[in-house]
Design a protein around this ligand. Structure first.
Ligand SMILES: Cc1cc2nc3c(=O)[nH]c(=O)nc-3n(C[C@H](O)[C@H](O)[C@H](O)COP(=O)(O)O)c2cc1C
Length: 384
């Protein structure tokens, strides 16, 4: 009898182990996510509607956001063949720091609302994968804690919420905490009206306590000159959408022009981001680096932006989906899949190095695409 009981216990333990293994197995993020749309589905399943809408939402009619995708979808490829593409190099340099691929994690505020560790989750993921994260000043746990989380280059993005002393203190704090670059987001002189949130009377945690918006409205090129006079870090201006402003940025000694319309969350009825990228990258030439974001959800999107003159692209919502789906580990997995997609696209285009990409690999195809926020993931609608 005793033997039998033991036997059953052993059996049960075995079963438990198997179940645990199985459970652990299914938790191995690498197996859980094989295609990028799975992060979108998981995030939508897990998040309360308020948070999902905060993440996916854009301002007013959401046309700018949809145009970001439309601009990407309308570009077709012109592949070359027979070029020995066994070894493909994706790595690039940003301010003397090597990025494993030309991608950064864009700043996302209020990450505390949907991922444990908030802003540290993407920082840890970026360091594990080998790219950089740009932490938002409206994201917990703040620049000091994020700086302490891992000894790896990171970028700091600031919204102007105080007078010039306040701004300078924040920038000096980021310098003291060894950030690799300072980003000033400048497309927020009025707060974009995101109607999904407004219609539900919803405010994110960081908006509940936000004040000092008038300082952002007053902010001007004079402030950039002042910051340049003491800041020894590269300055990134995020929210440039015309060649005129890009050229001004260069005149004021800015190191990086960050072409962005804030993922369509600010001015509605803007052009699709990719449509303004060529005029900007042509205008500034080698006088500044160009980061681009807006609608990037796929490896092919990254390839298109680089071919049109970006040095590097920012990942916004896709990062948010992965973070919400499974925190830092899922962000790493998302980056692995993005890398795989970039590599696949480059091999199929006959390109060995990201630096060889140019617009001869692209063509326009206006017959394709519809205005749709999630056009990058058509299989979701088919139940996959
Ligand atoms: C939920 C959310 C929060 C954001 N918060 C910030 C922020 O705090 N600072 C900032 O400069 N941009 C912010 N952005 C804009 C992103 O940095 C980026 O420009 C945009 O998301 C790119 O478009 P994509 O989401 O289509 O990739 C936010 C975007 C989203 C989706």
């Amino acid at each position: 009898m005793a033997f039998k009981i033991n036997f059953y216990i052993v059996q049960f333990e075995d079963l438990e182990n198997k179940m645990t293994e199985k459970k652990l197995g299914s938790k191995i993020v690498g197996e859980e996510y094989l295609v990028l749309h799975e992060f979108v589905k998981k995030a939508r399943e897990k998040l309360p509607k308020e948070t999902w809408d905060y993440l996916i939402g854009a301002s007013e009619t959401e046309t700018t956001f949809k145009r970001n995708r439309f601009a990407l979808d309308n570009i077709a490829f012109r592949p070359r063949v027979l070029r020995d593409v066994e070894n493909v190099d994706l790595s690039v340099d940003l301010f003397g720091h090597n990025l494993k691929m030309p991608v950064i994690l864009a700043p996302i505020g209020s990450m505390q609302d949907f991922v444990d560790g908030a802003g540290t989750a993407p920082t840890l993921a970026a360091s594990e994968f080998g790219i950089m994260h740009m932490i938002s000043s409206t994201c917990m746990p703040g620049l000091e804690e994020v700086a302490k989380s891992v000894n790896y280059p990171k970028l700091f993005q600031l919204y102007v919420r105080g007078n010039k002393d306040w701004v300078d203190d924040n920038i000096k704090n980021a310098m003291d905490h060894n950030y690799a670059g300072i980003c000033l987001t400048v497309d927020l002189d009025a707060y974009g009206r995101r109607e999904r949130d407004l219609a539900k009377r919803y405010r994110t945690t960081s908006r509940q306590s936000a004040s000092g918006f008038e300082h952002q409205m007053r902010f001007s090129w004079k402030d950039i000159d002042r910051i340049k006079s003491y800041c020894h870090l590269p300055i990134i201006i995020k929210g440039i959408a015309t060649k005129e402003d890009a050229l001004l940025a260069v005149e004021h000694g800015v190191e990086v022009v960050y072409v962005s319309n804030h993922g369509g969350r600010q001015l509605d009825y803007g052009l699709g981001g990719l449509n303004v990228l060529p005029e900007i990258s042509e205008a500034i030439g080698n006088n500044a680096k160009v980061i681009f974001d807006g609608g990037i959800m796929r490896g092919t999107d990254v390839v298109k932006a680089i071919a049109l003159g970006a040095d590097c692209v920012g990942i916004g919502r896709l990062q948010g989906f992965a973070a919400a789906a499974g925190g830092s580990k899922a962000i790493v997995r998302m980056l692995e899949l993005l890398e795989l997609e970039i590599l696949t696209a480059l091999r199929l285009l006959g390109v060995n190095s990201i630096f060889d990409l140019d617009d001869t690999y692209l063509s326009k195809d206006y017959s394709f695409g519809k205005l749709s926020a999630l056009s990058a993931f058509p299989l979701i609608d088919e139940g996959y």
